[in-house]
Write a protein that binds this ligand. Structure first.
Ligand SMILES: [Zn+2]
Length: 407
């Protein structure tokens, strides 16, 4: 058996989100290779250098530079014009165009994310006129003809999927430049699901299978910080789309593409609806409980809060239980006596303080400990007229109202 000296490195994979990688290629320090455009020999030699510390995800095989920082790459200043017009490349593009046209209805809405010079989108609009073709690229060229609509902005899945309801979304040679391509696709799928639509995506990126097997190093420079293999590209799509229709290669295997439909699992929508309900109802609860506390204060009743740290401190901070209106805070733990409630500042006293300082109402913020605390209150001879806990956005009476914290 071959022994490997590879040791694990903590790094989050951009393609699959796995957290273990191993060293793959130490490329030393190099200046930007395609985007620097120095104007003189002196400028070229004095360009800042960046570390090429490529690792490989042990789960999906993706290759990425762990030291990459997007801040060092001036996409906004220099266009990244990567496409040449060689014969094989043109042949590949023609095949892609035909494959895409087969997916489109008569009058399609097509979005391209990162349209570059706009040529690919224009080609599609000429082949299938009558549709709507919209490109997004903050650094893209301006429109050469009126058959396409080019927007110099980033594609925002939530906003633009709702606005445009595209049949097809194209993204060619963009995902490998994103810090979190998996996250971007998952966001698109989630937004599509929330809109109950399932647009098709065509995604295309460079593929480093051949570079890896032939020990090529020139593919790994700073701007190429995230490099897909067939496996990592497929894994990313399987984790971020509803259904993969096709994965294929072009240009002698140097490019990989995929057709898939967007969509998130049913549970994603359910979690989103549950989160939204929690968000709205706890806002309502905040208003209701603040009012109930204000009424309690105005009633003139003497109130103590039980517990001065953890959940009790969270309760007091969230609902504005200030030291002026609610100065009495006690705790079961004698060690906390003499310290102060974080945020609101009441001095925390040991529970026996209530033996010679009568109160009418005790509020117990940690609901699941309420039964134990009430036994403690009774056993120690502390008397009060009412115990309140927070439940479903209100302060309720522990002894009289319905709740799940009785034992
Ligand atoms: Zn991975």
């Amino acid at each position: 058996m071959v022994q490997s000296s590879a040791s694990p490195r903590a790094a989050t994979c951009p393609a699959c989100g796995h957290h273990v990688a191993v060293s793959f290629y130490e490329g030393g320090s190099q200046p930007l290779a395609t985007l620097a455009w120095p104007k003189s020999q002196k400028a070229a030699r004095s360009l800042p250098k960046f570390h090429l510390d490529f690792v490989r995800c042990v789960s999906c095989g993706h290759v990425f530079n762990v030291t990459f920082d997007y801040e060092n790459v001036p996409y906004s200043e220099k266009p990244n014009l990567m496409f040449n017009h060689g014969n094989s490349w043109s042949g590949f593009l023609n095949n892609v165009r035909s494959a895409i046209l087969k997916q489109l209805p008569e009058s399609p809405v097509v979005v391209e994310i990162g349209y570059g010079d706009g040529a690919f989108l224009s080609g599609l609009s000429e082949a299938r006129p009558g549709g709507r073709y919209i490109g997004f690229d903050p650094n893209g060229a301006s429109a050469a003809n009126t058959s396409v609509e080019l927007r110099a902005e980033l594609f925002d899945p939530a906003r633009h999927l709702a606005e445009l309801k595209p049949d097809l979304i194209i993204s060619r040679h963009v995902l490998e430049h994103l810090v979190n391509p998996l996250g971007f696709l998952q966001q698109m799928s989630f937004c599509a699901s929330m809109l109950q639509s399932a647009p098709v995506v065509y995604l295309e990126v460079p593929c480093v299978d051949a570079a890896i097997s032939s020990r090529r190093t020139v593919d790994f420079y700073y701007e190429h910080s995230s490099q897909f293999t067939t496996e990592s590209f497929t894994k990313m799509l399987s984790l971020s789309t509803h259904e993969i229709f096709e994965i294929g290669h072009g240009y002698e295997g140097e490019v990989i593409f995929g057709f898939a439909s967007l969509g998130a699992p049913v549970t994603a929508r359910e979690h989103a609806f549950q989160a939204d309900a929690f968000y709205r109802e706890t806002e309502d609860g905040h208003n209701a409980i603040c009012k109930e506390l204000a009424d309690l204060h105005v009633s003139g009743k003497r109130v103590a809060l039980w517990g001065g740290t953890g959940k009790s401190a969270a309760f007091m901070c969230h609902y504005g239980v200030d030291a002026q209106r609610f100065p009495v805070v006690v705790d079961s733990d004698q060690n906390k006596a003499g310290t102060f409630v974080p945020g609101t500042g009441q001095e925390i006293r040991f529970r026996d303080y209530l033996l010679d300082h009568d109160v009418d109402v005790i509020i117990i913020p940690p609901q699941w400990r309420a039964a134990d605390i009430i036994s403690e209150i009774t056993q120690n001879g502390i008397v009060c007229e009412q115990v309140l806990i927070e439940h479903l956005g209100h302060l309720i009476d522990y002894n009289r109202d319905q709740h799940p914290y009785r034992v």
